[in-house]
Design a protein around this ligand. Sequence first.
Ligand code: PBG
Length: 328
Amino acid sequence: MPQFPAYRPRRLRRTAALRRLVRETTLQPSQLVLPLFVRSGAGIRQPVESMAGVAQTSVDEMLEDASEAAGLGVGGVLLFGIPDRKDATGSEAWNDEAPVQQAVRALKRELPELVVITDVCLCEYTEHGHCGVIKNGDVDNDETLELLAREAVSHARAGADIVAPSDMMDGRVRAIRAALDGDGFTNTPILSYAAKFAGPFYGPFRDAAESVPRFGDRRSYQMDSGNADEALREVWLDIEEGADMVMVKPAGPFLDVIQRVKAETGYPLAAYQVSGEYAMIQAAADRGWIDRERVMMDSLLGIRRAGADVVITYFARAAARLLASGAA
Ligand code: PBG
C-alpha cells in the first residue's frame, strides 16, 4: 500500500461529487421494506405512542400508506395484523377474512407491483401473547408448527408474495414449506427470521402489535444476545429447511452477525431495524440532540454496509423521500 505523502486519502473526499463517485455502499428505496400494522374497520388511524409516525390502521388507510411508499419506490411492505379477538391458539391467524388477509388482497389489487410480505407468528393472536401454544407453562414447539403452517397457507392464499415466520420455533420453515407445497404454493418464497435475538429492543413494537406476553418472556425461543456462532447454525438450519431469504434481527446491535451471515452463506439477507432502534433515534431527534435525517441515513447505510441486501425499517418512507430529494 502506498504511503503518505504519495497517498492522501483526503484527495477523494474533497467534493460531494467525488465522495459520491467512490462510495462503496449505496442505499436504494427498492432495498427498503416498510412494516405496517392493520386492524379491522374503516377510516381508522391510531398512532402508536412510542413510535412517532407509526400507526395501526384499517385496510383503507393502510392502502394510503402503502401507495405513498410504492410511489417513493420503496421495495415492499411487511404486514402485521391486530385481530378482533384473541384465543389460546391464536386461531384468527389463519382466518381468511382477518385484517392481514384482507390487506394482502387489497394490496395485490391496488398496487400489484409492491412486494407484500406477511409476518407469520402467533403472538398478536394469542391471549397470552406468546408466539405459540402453551403447554405446562411453556411454548410447545411441535404443536405450534401446524398452526404456523396454517397461517402461512392462509397468507399465501390471500396472495402474499413472501411469508416471513418470526416465531423462532424449531422446524417451522420445513413445516411451512411442506404446507405451502402441499396446497400448490410452490412459488411462494419464505423469508425466515432466522437469527432473531430476544431482548428489550422490541418494546415499542409490542405496544403497536398489542403482543406483550402476559407472563414470562421470549427467552425460551428467541436467541441469547451473546451468540453469533449459534446464529449461523440457526441460519443454516433454516436454509436447509427451505428458506429462500434469511433475516437478522435486531439490526444495529447485531451488525457482526449480519456480516457473518452474508459472508458465510451468500444468501439473500434482510435485516430488521426494529422498533426500539427507531424509537431511540426519534426520541433523541425530538429533543434536538441529534440530526434526525443524518442519523437515520447513517443507521441504514451501516446495516447495508454490514451485508444486508434488504433493510426492514419504519423509516422506509422518510429515507426514500430523502433519497429522492438528492439530499442524502
Ligand atoms: C413477532 C414479531 C416481533 C417483531 C417482529 N415480529 C415481536 C417480538 O418478537 O416480540 C418485532 C419488531 C420490532 O420490534 O419492530 N414475533
